[in-house]
Design a protein around this ligand. Structure first.
Ligand code: GLN
Length: 483
């Protein structure tokens, strides 16, 4: 039963082959048996899950239908969940029980999804390896010595290991697409404003976006349908109609113009990944797509711009965790300054402290113009590059990451080498565009992803292309040995 996709689960539940309660119990037992190897969950919500599963079964018995009704999922542990610990992977929030559900959580629960637990993540979503979590590193089910990617690494590892059919994630600079690539999943970062950020603990507010991680594009369509939509509680949510993603997966790719940016194939890209990306292009060409070489000339500035803007926003967002309003409080403070200092020094891990320092520096009066303002200008140039490219092509294709999953600990002494792994994903966040990663093969037994980018609100186009690709390839069906 654990091998079933969301789409197959929906059919099985509709045909009464099994109940949501049975499925939930099976997966909870599997998590208990296998998760100790992976560390993909921070909190399990068994009681809530069984209650939701029984309620979903009752709704189905009353004639209700719906692709998510009774479907087990997990939530990245930065989506607030009423009465359940929402830690953000940090000691700072180790004892925080959210007093309300995030909009995404509430919408999925209303659609009948069953929450099995809260998944592990990089602390405050800062990282590309899921090594910075207060709750320990997550292991990649394809090779337990390697990272699963991050920051949504717990969601990715759990879905890849068939502990869950799908899970939510968030993507500020690649944290859905990159772990999807590194664990053989399909992951989608929606257009900025498509999915509500209300109740999603902020890292960098102008970049953060929630989205689905699943094994197939078909399943991403189902989960995204339950997450997307205008939310008056989020002032950056966009009031744009949400199409029926599942109904639009079968469009023909005849004449689809795919732009391949030369900057995506420059030095730093593993040659074996380049070859797999070219193979995926051939598959799409056979389906009728037309390939056009394009250029995104400002891409080289994306990492420096992102690593100013994201920490700047983080330094502001994380100021609320001061031991008074929110978060861990130190013992016996001497005075107020001591309370702030020690609470934050004890509550935040080293990567989070590094980002706060970088961000506060970039925003300081003397350096604002030199760093923050410059970075914002580069951000606009990157967006303009995409707008120019999308005048000529329907989607853009390239690798999701320059390398396959690295060994746990391999980049610990050099944070910048980890930042460089985000080179292909962060441009979509800077521009606010939707992006998807899909499985495209293996290098040394480790999965590789291909990334697709589309114009604003064209998530449906990404899902359509990925679904057609998946009908003609079987990379996404492979599962890791031992799981
Ligand atoms: N790796 C990037 C960072 O550390 C992106 C993380 C994310 O998308 N949340 O900031």
């Amino acid at each position: 039963m654990h091998q079933l996709t969301l789409a197959e689960i929906a059919r099985g539940l509709a045909d009464k082959k099994f109940s949501s309660e049975e499925l939930t119990k099976t997966l909870l037992a599997r998590i208990a048996q296998l998760d100790p190897q992976l560390n993909s969950f921070i909190t399990l919500t068994e009681d809530l899950a069984l209650e939701q599963a029984k309620a979903a079964d009752a709704r189905r018995a009353n004639g209700e239908t719906g692709a998510l009704l009774g479907a087990p999922i997990g939530h990245k542990d930065l989506f607030c969940t009423l009465g359940v610990r929402t830690s953000c992977g940090s000691k700072m929030l180790d004892n925080f029980k959210a007093p309300y559900d995030a909009t995404v959580v509430a919408k999925l629960a209303a659609a009948g999804a069953v929450t099995l637990g809260k998944t592990n993540m990089d602390e405050f979503a800062m990282g590309s390896a899921n090594e910075s979590s207060y709750y320990g590193a997550v292991k990649n089910p394809w090779n337990l010595e390697h990272v699963p990617g991050g920051s949504s690494g717990g969601s990715a590892a759990a879905v890849a290991a068939r502990l869950l059919p799908a899970a939510t994630g968030t993507d500020t600079g690649g944290s859905i697409r990159q772990p999807a690539a590194l664990t053989n999943l399909t992951g989608l970062k929606p257009t900025y404003g498509r999915v509500s950020r209300w109740g999603m603990i902020a890292y960098a507010s102008s970049l953060d976006q929630g989205g689905p991680l699943a094994r197939t594009a078909e399943d991403c369509a189902i989960l995204l349908q339950g997450m997307a939509g205008f939310d008056p509680q989020d002032s950056t949510s966009i009031d744009e109609p949400v199409p029926d993603f599942s109904a639009n997966l079968n469009g023909s790719l005849q004449g689809l113009r795919i732009g391949v940016p030369k900057e995506f194939f420059s030095e730093g890209l593993d040659a074996r990944i380049a070859e797999l990306v070219h193979n995926s292009i051939k598959v799409l060409e056979k389906l009728g797509a037309v390939i056009k070489p394009i250029s995104l000339p400002n891409m080289q500035h994306a990492i420096p711009a992102y690593y100013v803007i994201a920490p700047a926003e983080a330094s502001s967002n994380l100021s609320r965790f001061d031991g008074v309003r929110f978060g861990h409080r130190c013992e016996d403070p001497k005075d107020l300054t001591d309370l702030y200092k020690r609470s934050r020094a004890e509550g935040f891990g080293p990567e989070v402290q590094r980002r706060i320092l970088v961000g506060a520096y970039a925003l300081s009066a003397g350096y604002y113009d030199a760093y923050y303002l410059q970075a914002q200008k580069i951000r606009r140039l990157i967006k303009n590059d995409f707008m120019t490219a999308f005048n000529e092509v329907d989607i853009i294709l390239g690798p999701t990451t320059p390398n396959p999953a690295w060994k746990i600990g391999a980049k610990n002494s050099d944070p910048v080498s980890a930042y460089l792994e985000d080179v292909y994903t962060i441009t979509a966040n800077l521009a606010g565009l939707p992006g998807l990663s899909m499985p495209a093969g293996f290098v040394d037994g480790l999965p590789v992803g291909v990334q697709l980018l589309a114009p604003y609100f064209q998530e449906g186009r990404l899902l359509n292309v990925a679904h057609q690709y998946q009908l003609n390839t079987d990379w996404h069906t492979r599962s890791p040995a031992g799981f």
